[in-house]
Write a protein that binds this ligand. Structure first.
Ligand SMILES: [Zn+2]
Length: 102
């Protein structure tokens, strides 16, 4: 395994762990005392779920050995971009054209 692949994998696993912790326990005790009539569910849903899905997809791509390759142009993504955004699917040039949708 190339070094940046194992680095990216490590980073993703840690991030996934943190997100799961957040979505499981965050705010339950601190929020509920403001609303003692009814427990308000934490609004962690959409964004965290989306990021977890991104991370899972990135981990799958790492296992398949296709991480670090731009899905649009097939070119190399570059080590720096992989470190900054391990789940990125497009190189800087292609994501600059709005393919990433962010
Ligand atoms: Zn590209």
């Amino acid at each position: 395994m190339v070094q940046f692949e194992s680095e990216a994998r490590d980073f993703l696993l840690k991030r996934r762990f943190r997100l799961r912790q957040q979505s499981g326990t965050a705010g339950v005790a601190s929020v509920s005392h403001w609303f003692d009539t009814e427990a308000i569910p934490e609004p962690v849903g959409e964004e965290v779920r989306r990021e977890l899905a991104e991370i899972d997809a990135a981990l799958r791509r790492i296992e398949q050995g296709s991480v670090g390759t731009c899905l649009a142009c097939g070119g190399p993504m570059g080590l720096q971009r992989m470190r900054a955004i391990p789940e990125a699917r497009y190189c800087v040039g292609c994501s600059g054209q709005g393919l990433e949708g962010e």
